[in-house]
Design a protein around this ligand. Sequence first.
Ligand code: HEM
Length: 458
Amino acid sequence: MITLQENSQTSYQLPPQVIEPAWYQTARAILQPLENLDWHQKKYGDIFISRFLGLPSQVIISHPQAIQELFTADAKLFETGSGGRIVQPLLGSNSLVLLDGDRHLQQRKLLMPPFHGERMKAYGNSICEIATQVTSQWQIGQAFLARPSMQEISLKVILRTVFGLTEGERYQQIQRILIEMLDTFNQPLSAVFLFFSSLQKDLGTWSPWGKFIRRRKQLDELIYQEIRERRQQPESQGEDILSLLLSARDDNNQPMSDVELRDELMTMLFAGHETTAIALAWALYWIHYQPEVREKLLQELNSIDIANADPTTIAQLPYLNAVCSETLRIYPIVFFCLPRILQAPMQLMGYDLPKGMTISACIYSTHHRPDIYPEPERFRPERFLERQFSPYEFLPFGGGNRRCLGMAFALFEMKLVLTTILSHYSLELLEKAPLKPVRRGIVFTPAGGVRLMVKHKF
Ligand code: HEM
């Protein structure tokens, strides 16, 4: 149970603290994140305190009870915005990820509808069309990397959803610059620029941070051009998110400013496409790593008339759903939920946590608990058919008031893209050794990008 304590003089019973120095914990978290988490979970258990350079102490939790207490607590108890410093240079301070309180709630209400229900379903045909168009470049006998290929699909999908853009010079430029910006973080070590603001120095065109901010400026210019044009042409408003934001008014009947619009659009672009692309690349890896999974999936797909099936029918297929869930369980794309900074003392799993402490729910460690997922290192979609997991046991999209805005959309997209690919191509996995996740900025991606080859086209 969680209690809000009035008296800040209370003596706290804190969770165990990791004994290694902060610099060592930071280096390991950046360079050997999996080993580090497995080791700490083994040594300290379900709840412990870690220290990272330049950040306040963090309570890391991976027990469903602690996660339930966190997700169901009064949202006013936490602040997330100031903990999201890492993404601020990219997304801007008006990004949903960095907002708290009433402003966060209002923006979520505004942004939620296009990613759910009928509005989302309307995008089903576009997703299949884009997947068909991108994969039509694949040649029989030619090797390709799944991650960049899936990124091309998910980026086109999000550009259509967010901006209503389908083609044109601006569309091409936004695509190119976004990919270049994300590629800055291709090497695990490049993530240090996000973690340490002292390294965020513009030392010219060739320096990593210099390159990053020049690209960001180019991207900003393109986004501001689009915003200006759309403001001047109200008749061009459509079903996309930019149109929705342009017509939104606050309590004082004021529209969003250009900077506010830019930050929200950047958030959707970044949060919404690379994550889904990586999830798709992992799914293709597992489906071809374990041929029996592919067989079962094809059997299920063949049981319906794919060519004429409604996208929502595809989204409800149980084994396809289990494959997507197991993909997101075994190597979640984001290892931690957004940090929650306590605004008042709180009790969590019987420990007393003081005001100012940061709580980070570890998705990866929770998904690797053998008491919930026997043989956690094994890819076994059947576990999702045998039992239902609670939102505190299975949380690839986080939870509570910060749960991923794009959860339904990402799952819908994953299922439609996988169906499009499997029903048109027979692929072969060219990776010989088992793949492990590596850091790419703040997400985790299959090392090397998953090499595949087209065997046949149907
Ligand atoms: C497989 C794909 C995706 C994964 C694994 C993923 C994962 C996550 C996670 C773990 C969080 C933090 C939740 C928390 O702290 O409780 C989050 C937040 C968020 N995600 Fe996603 N995400 C995905 C796709 C998307 C898509 C398609 C969008 C499109 C809009 C999106 C937009 C967001 C936003 C805006 C937030 C911040 C929510 C808030 O602060 O209220 N994500 N996501």
